[in-house]
Design a protein. Structure first.
Length: 241
């Protein structure tokens, strides 16, 4: 604006109260709009980058928690009869695992004397990834009568969420079942199993040969801001096998 006024003074001689022309006003408004658009675009780009970074950070933490919680349970896998007659795993597929987990009686300290903490009837656990992008865990009801142990229906009250916004695709199984000697990986970094069939499952007598489980969890909480999921992986060696 000042530049335009200075030009008018230079061409018109002494300053007058003629003001500015419509053309000059339109030019100034256009320049102002262009500059404002550039500033707004830069600001929005920066804000989107911050939002995307925050989302990735949250997804990373959630993927880490989901793999840690799942691996913590799988480390307890044990044959339920204690003599190896039954396998620790009942079902082993890419998106679902059912297994028996070692348990101990509660530790209680009374009058300076600590009791409990001894092995008791194993729990039967079910961890699965459903079509609603949620990874869940539940436990079966157990009935003990003398030396007879009966595992009943799944206890709905025991169901808990391990992870949400899970987006594992068909090429990224949540669970991969391995022998200790399985170390070769495919192009996606997933260890190639010598136990699994073509569907990625382990069945029959091979269930008793599972020595390790690889857990992959891919999380994407906001697909509108980023198309890249955050992935966490851990390999669990079965200590109680």
């Amino acid at each position: 604006m000042r530049c335009l006024l200075a030009q008018r003074r230079a061409h018109s001689g002494p300053f007058t109260d003629d003001g500015v022309t419509l053309v000059e006003l339109v030019m100034v408004m256009s320049l102002t709009l262009i500059i404002s658009a550039m500033i707004t675009s830069t600001f929005l780009t920066g804000m989107n980058a911050v939002f995307a970074s925050d989302a990735r950070g949250a997804d990373t933490e959630q993927a880490k928690i989901a793999t840690e919680n799942t691996s913590k349970q799988l480390r307890l896998a044990v044959d339920p009869d204690g003599d190896g007659t039954l396998a620790a795993f009942d079902t082993a597929s890419p998106k679902e695992v059912i297994f028996y987990a070692a348990r101990r009686t509660p530790v209680v300290t009374t009058g300076g004397v600590t009791t409990g903490g001894v092995p008791t009837t194993p729990a039967k656990l079910h961890i699965w990834f459903g079509g609603d992008n949620v990874l869940r865990q539940q436990q079966a009801l157990v009935t003990v009568s003398g030396s007879t142990v009966t595992y009943g229906a799944w206890d709905s009250t025991s169901t808990r969420v391990i992870g949400v916004n899970v987006v594992n695709s068909s090429s990224l199984p949540v669970f991969t079942y391995l022998k200790a000697s399985d170390t070769t990986t495919n192009s996606g970094g997933v260890t190639i199993s010598s136990l699994e069939d073509s569907s990625g499952s382990v069945t029959g007598s091979s269930l008793g040969d599972i020595e390790a489980v690889e857990i992959w969890v891919a999380i994407n909480s906001n697909t509108s801001r980023t198309n890249n999921a955050t992935t966490a992986v851990t390999r669990v060696t079965l200590l109680n096998r």
